[in-house]
Ligand binder design. Structure first.
Ligand code: SAH
Length: 248
């Protein structure tokens, strides 16, 4: 899936710098700048792009004379706006929210998300050139986000929705064998601490389900095993029955 970010008539160098940085953060394929009001190659833009300049210097930032040109090779385009129609019947300003858009986008192999000017957003003509109008849900009393913040939210949602890689995916997950071993210790511990058979069963079921409801890494599971194994060992040396009888 090819992802293109299009910014139309951008007015702020700081915003553009942040957007370049975001394009690298979220593995965008191209940043299309349509008729900018500033110099996109300025030092200020580069400064705010930080290590995103790599994206810029790799030729993935392109300047276009028109929105038509920027959208030429795109299968699905979405214009974005804070201003949407609720009940006036203005079809051009009927919007879907970003979650819906992400689900739709999954069916296409190239998409573009189009953002407007800081001062006036996108014109009606520009919105008419996109396949969809998309709104990022925000306080209805003031839903207008800063341009680069809107880009950040949009790219993050797409990144998550399109299941792009994350460093967290490299963490080794717990395997079945370890879970079964944890189960054995849960059974053993439940037997050691329960008052009666009913109680033992409740402890056992609750803890087994509890373990399955967390996303455990292999290292966390290993530490958990050591922890309960040692508790079990201690309890066997000093059974609870003796505590009960001495305290009651
Ligand atoms: N006063 C302008 C505000 C533009 S904000 C207007 O009336 O439209 C700059 C750009 O950020 C917008 O063109 C849009 O692309 C994006 N944006 C800001 N808030 C948004 C929101 N809630 N949903 C979707 N896009 C938003």
């Amino acid at each position: 899936m090819k992802l293109k970010v299009v910014v139309v008539g951008i007015e702020g160098e700081i915003n553009l710098g942040f957007i370049v940085r975001l394009c690298r953060n979220f593995a965008v394929d191209e940043l299309a700048i349509v008729k900018p009001s500033i110099n996109p190659w300025s030092e200020e833009v580069r400064r705010f792009a930080a290590n995103g300049v790599v994206f810029m210097d790799s030729g993935r930032v392109k300047v276009y004379e028109s929105l038509d040109e920027a959208l030429k090779d795109v299968a699905l385009s979405a214009c974005t706006s804070a201003v949407v129609d609720v009940d006036s019947g203005d079809m051009l300003r009927k919007a879907v929210n970003f979650e819906e858009f992400v689900n739709i986008a999954k069916n296409y192999n190239s998409i573009a998300v189009v953002f407007g000017r800081e001062s006036t957003g996108l014109t009606r003509d520009e919105i008419a050139k996109c396949d969809l109008l998309v709104h990022i849900d925000a306080n209805p009393e003031y839903p207008v986000l800063n341009l680069s913040h809107a880009v950040a939210i949009a790219l993050y949602r797409l990144y998550k929705g399109l299941e792009k890689p994350s460093v967290l995916n490299q963490v080794e997950k717990v395997d079945e064998e370890m879970i079964r071993l944890i189960d054995r210790y849960i059974d053993e511990l439940s037997g050691l601490v329960a008052r009666d058979e009913w109680h033992r069963q409740m402890f056992s079921i609750m803890f087994k389900r509890f373990v399955r409801r967390v996303t455990l890494s292999k290292q966390e599971a290993g530490l958990l095993l050591t922890f309960i194994r040692r508790i079990a060992r201690r309890l066997k040396l000093e059974p609870l029955e003796s505590e009960h009888s001495s305290s009651s």
